[in-house]
Design a binder for this molecule. Structure first.
Ligand SMILES: Cc1cc2nc3c(=O)[nH]c(=O)nc-3n(C[C@H](O)[C@H](O)[C@H](O)COP(=O)(O)OP(=O)(O)OC[C@H]3O[C@@H](n4cnc5c(N)ncnc54)[C@H](O)[C@@H]3O)c2cc1C
Length: 373
């Protein structure tokens, strides 16, 4: 996006890409259909050391601007969940769109190009496996550390550091949680079961599905919470948000209904059985006092889990942290102390929630940098 915009201004632009083709993350995104934006994008959807940093870019390049580009290229799309736009055919359409725009703007794309050293003399001197380049502006757009097997590297962070920019600690985000062996003993057999839940960590809460896995917990609500999670702290799960279970249990216990069946009224049957086994709950519901039923209900509304960790960068959708926003201008994305050096997209300490926000940030930050580089 940055290359396209700079190219349109008549700048001489080269993109140095290590992979054999551009846009590998786009290709695998959104389950192969690229959730390319979210119509509700706002600064509140991003995690950053400076919560206001995204304002300028998001205001100057909006989801509407990217949708207009998508329409101009005749790319079919649809809204999946509120505001989340996906390609009808596949992510390839977005990559082709960018390639066409780049070609028309006179941008040269060099693939299979390993970037080695970068020095600063009167210009930036970049040595690569495809030869040496000298440039007035150098834009770091190397993305995050997630999914190293499709090309993610730490080059961007190394370069930024080399030029004196601070790096906010990088951590996997939008990533499944691992559970400790004692918890896994009863949750692993539930692998594949999903439950509509509200997951809270710190002051953030997300209402979406959770998914049991062989190694822990995943699903959209868990991925969202992972970005805000502090290792070692509990994550609270309400497994029946919006349905006051205590009242329901007391109302229904008078029938000859067994306690696992009582729970199965609102939760998946296999989960209800496993939960009852774990807490040795058996027999008819009417054998339980209202107080005991309220306790069982509270346990389901406030299941506190301390994840043993996350699945790490190998499974994370994005990287939290990165180039410190204090060292960048939010208007231009240029390094405050290094004229001509820019950083855009995921390499910056700006992390979007799940739902198309990360691409909107990549487009918007690239767009504004492209007006100045
Ligand atoms: C599985 C998955 C699904 C996702 N789905 C979505 C989604 O649907 N919607 C959404 O908004 N976000 C999604 N994301 C996040 C989104 O893909 C990224 O936030 C976005 O691609 C960041 O764009 P970027 O241009 O900053 O970095 P990238 O797209 O990662 O591009 C960086 C480029 O730099 C290249 N590079 C890295 N190191 C070097 C080097 N040393 N030399 C030369 N080139 C180098 C890489 O090969 C890569 O092509 C998903 C991520 C993953 C992993």
């Amino acid at each position: 996006m940055c290359a396209i915009e700079a190219g349109k201004r008549g700048r001489s632009v080269v993109v140095l890409e290590r992979n054999g083709r551009i846009g590998e993350k786009i290709r695998i995104s959104g389950g192969g259909r690229c959730n390319f934006t979210n119509t509700g994008t706002a600064p509140e959807n991003f995690l950053s050391g400076n919560p206001h940093f995204t304002r300028s870019a998001l205001a100057r390049y909006t989801p509407g601007d990217f949708i207009a580009l998508v329409k101009r290229h005749g790319v079919g799309y649809h809204e999946k969940k509120a505001g989340q736009l996906f390609c009808d055919r596949g992510s390839r359409d977005i990559i082709s769109l960018l390639e066409t725009e780049a070609r028309e703007a006179g941008v040269v794309i060099l693939t299979g190009c390993e970037v080695g050293d970068v020095r600063r003399g009167t210009s930036f001197e970049v040595s690569t496996s495809a030869g040496d380049f000298a440039c007035q502006s150098l834009v770091i757009a190397t993305g995050g550390l997630s999914i190293p097997n499709i090309g993610a590297t730490d080059l961007g962070y190394r370069l930024a550091r080399r030029f004196g920019l601070q790096i906010v600690e990088t951590l996997p985000a939008l990533v499944p949680f691992l559970l400790a062996p004692d918890e896994l003993k009863w949750t692993a057999p539930l692998s594949g079961i999903s439950i509509d839940a509200a997951v809270s960590t710190g002051k953030k809460s997300f209402r979406e599905n959770i998914l049991f896995t062989h190694r822990g917990l995943s699903g959209p609500a868990i991925l969202q919470a992972s970005s805000y999670w502090t290792p070692g702290t509990p994550v609270n799960l309400d497994l029946s948000p919006g349905t006051p279970l205590a009242e329901m249990f007391t109302r229904e216990k008078h029938d000859h209904i067994e306690i696992p069946a009582l729970l199965a009224g609102v939760l998946p049957k296999r989960f209800a059985r496993a939960w009852c086994d774990r807490f040795t709950l058996a027999g008819p519901g009417r054998n339980y006092s209202d107080r005991k039923l309220a306790e069982i209900a509270a346990g389901l509304h406030r299941w506190a889990v301390v994840p043993a960790g996350t699945e790490g960068f190998g499974k994370a959708e994005v990287t939290r942290g990165g180039v410190d926003t204090n060292d960048l201008s939010s208007k231009t994305m240029e390094a405050r102390k290094v004229p001509g050096l820019y950083a855009v997209g995921e390499v910056v300490d700006v992390t979007g929630e799940l739902g198309g926000y990360n691409f909107q940030w990549a487009w918007a930050s690239g767009f504004i940098a492209g007006q100045y580089a």
